[in-house]
Design a protein around this ligand. Structure first.
Ligand SMILES: C[S@@+](CC[C@H](N)C(=O)[O-])C[C@H]1O[C@@H](n2cnc3c(N)ncnc32)[C@H](O)[C@@H]1O
Length: 264
């Protein structure tokens, strides 16, 4: 508890990201990974392998950009660092451990940024219901001709997660929150098309509730009605194993991976 508080206070994080809840979200992922390490292993390894395969397809290898790098659980950083001249890790909050990890690599830098480019406007709009919620039009790296590879790594479904909780706390109508969530998802998919280089997308798209026998008893859309517009490899991620939050149910995620959204 004390260590978590120290980490909360010591992690470099903008005031907006702290206020909206991104830092808490990041610390929450760390705790869940610690608790579900074995169950998550297969998903994390498959994610890393898709990235390893995708970078072999890059004709030039100058700059690689990792969107949603987080704790680097699913990022093959050594491979990226060995393949590209430069690697930029992008996240709205970088955990303290990642600042230390990055120091081991001469060509890895961290960029603290909101890839939806709406967080600051959202913090303003949430306080005043007469201000419309912002529209996302991400531009980061779109004009950077040195970028030869981009991966959006288990980020897409998370984009509306923190903002929608924040908006709920601020009593924003549900329909507006839904529309904003969908806009964040669709704008990110459009952004991936506009980015330079080979662009990989890996994301969970659906939450599945399973009974003790392993039968799916419920399914939840986590992309606000949006769909992945490219053919994708798929796998299951045992996100919350049986007995973890309930003795009768486990929760899995259906994950989609597109090695290069431009080649389809
Ligand atoms: C589920 S994690 C992805 C897994 C991550 N690659 C790892 O290994 O920990 C989602 C990440 O997306 C980041 N994130 C969420 N919304 C973001 C935004 N608007 N801009 C940039 N990063 C964001 C979170 O801080 C978190 O680190």
């Amino acid at each position: 508890m004390i260590l978590e508080l120290i980490e909360y206070l010591a992690t470099p994080c903008s005031w907006t990201a702290r206020k909206l809840g991104y830092l808490n979200g990041q610390l929450g992922i760390k705790v869940r990974h610690r608790q579900c390490r074995r169950a998550w292993q297969g998903h994390l390894e498959r994610t890393r392998n898709i990235i390893r395969a995708a970078i072999l397809d890059c004709p030039q290898r100058r700059k690689a950009v990792v969107l949603g790098s987080g704790l680097l659980l699913d990022v093959p950083l050594s491979d990226l660092s060995a393949t590209f001249d430069e690697v930029v890790l992008v996240d709205v909050v970088h955990p303290l451990s990642v600042y230390l990890t990055a120091r081991w690599y001469r060509n890895v830098t961290l960029l603290q940024a909101d890839v939806t480019s709406t967080a600051a406007e959202l913090a303003r709009a949430a306080r005043d219901a007469s201000i419309p919620l912002p529209h996302a039009f991400p531009q980061l790296f779109c004009d950077d001709a040195r970028v030869d590879y981009v991966v959006s790594v288990n980020l897409l479904s998370q984009l509306p997660y923190v903002p929608s909780h924040y908006l709920e706390k601020n009593s924003r109508p549900e329909a507006e929150i839904e529309a904003y969530g969908r806009d964040l998802i669709e704008s990110h998919l459009d952004y991936l098309r506009r980015l330079p280089g080979v662009v990989t997308l890996i994301t969970d798209v659906e939450k599945l509730k399973l009974d003790r026998a392993g039968e799916i008893v419920d399914r939840y859309d986590i992309l606000y009605g949006a769909t992945i517009p490219w053919p994708a490899d798929e796998w299951r991620w045992e996100h919350v194993p049986l007995g973890h939050v309930a003795s009768d149910f486990s929760y899995h995620r259906r994950v989609c991976a597109v090695k290069n959204v431009k080649s389809l």
